[in-house]
Design a protein around this ligand. Structure first.
Ligand code: BMA
Length: 326
């Protein structure tokens, strides 16, 4: 995948990740009805053309309802987002009853693109659907009981089972949260739950000391699954969302091999510091090129717009090991 969005590391910085100079790449009002477009998921789709990349976008509308919309792009930077909501179909009517949806992830497993998102069902839980054309979306059962957020699938079966990270929570602006691992034979019944990570100790890594949640789909490397995840600090001015990295064991991904003490990206630019919810950098997707090791991470900025950050996977892996707190 050599044509992912890319800019080299700017001169004069040694930062392990750096921001796209065109940030924010998706403005809040790209749709006629959108209040904000952020925390969204993109994947490589067709070989070339206007649908080279596809995605599912969190578009909060001007009623401030949290909605999911499909989008396409020839280059990963310029997006055409459809005005209509994602047309999920096929679920049991009790599950299909739509309340709200937010913070989608899209995971390609074999020939299907799986969408997981925070789905309203008497509180937030994890919705599951798949598509192979980004036109028809087949919805399954919710993966878990409420309350849960940040459901992120692994891109292949592990030990013969589908595998998902999630973050059990509550109905509010949750002030706690650990990442767990679950597996399923069929994408409907989930079990064999394992604890992965808790928030870090304040003295050790304050940006992730209140709650954490998985970000983009984990990337398989020779050093383990590379997981980018967000962490939250409670400051005197409210919550601050940054993100860092961890390495998880390939066969037993609930075992954490390394975990970054420093953050990779934390709110710094004006579009991250200011918006509907200030001080949020929230990654939900990444494109990567295995040949060059390049990665482009899509992250929500201040719950308002979408940004891109770049890095090299081997460098992030080495940095995670070198700066690990486990
Ligand atoms: C979380 C989620 C995210 C959001 C963040 C900051 O609980 O709602 O969608 O980006 O809060 O508001």
């Amino acid at each position: 995948m050599p044509d992912i969005p890319w800019e080299e590391r700017p001169k004069g910085t040694e930062a392990v990740m750096w921001r796209c100079s065109a940030n924010p790449i998706i403005p809040r009002d790209l749709l006629s009805t959108s209040n904000s477009i952020f925390n969204s998921a993109v994947v490589a789709f067709e070989d070339k053309g206007p649908r080279r990349f596809a995605g599912v976008f969190r578009c909060d509308d001007t009623n401030r309802r949290m909605r999911l919309h499909v989008g396409f792009s020839p280059d990963g930077l310029n997006w055409q987002i459809e005005e209509n909501d994602v047309p999920f179909e096929g679920a049991d009517p009790e599950v299909a009853r739509w309340e709200y949806g937010y913070d989608p992830r899209v995971t390609k497993i074999d020939d299907r693109y799986w969408i997981t998102w925070c789905n309203g069902y008497h509180g937030p839980t994890i919705g599951v659907a798949w598509t192979d054309d980004f036109k028809t979306f087949h919805q399954l059962e919710n993966a878990f009981l409420p309350y849960n957020r940040n459901g992120v699938l692994f891109p292949r079966k592990i030990n013969g089972k589908y595998a998902m990270l999630s973050r059990p929570s509550d109905t509010g602006h949750t002030a706690f949260g650990d990442i767990f691992y679950s597996e399923s034979p069929d994408m409907e019944f989930w079990g064999r739950h394992r604890h992965v990570m808790s928030p870090a100790a304040f003295e050790e890594s304050a940006w992730q000391c209140m709650k954490i949640g998985a970000g983009p789909v984990p990337i398989e490397t020779s050093e383990g699954w590379l997981l980018l995840y967000h962490g939250v600090l409670r400051s005197c001015n409210g919550y601050v969302y940054a993100f860092g990295s961890a390495l998880l064991d390939i066969e037993r991904p609930w075992q954490v091999l390394a975990r970054s003490g420093p953050y990779l990206i934390s709110p710094r630019e004006i579009y991250e510091l200011t918006g509907d919810v200030p001080n949020v950098t929230f990654p939900c997707a990444a494109l990567h090129d295995p040949e060059t090791g390049r990665i482009a991470v899509y992250y929500g900025c201040a719950d308002t717009v979408t940004g891109l950050a770049f890095g090299y996977i081997p460098e992030i892996v080495e940095w995670t090991k070198r700066n690990s707190i486990v």
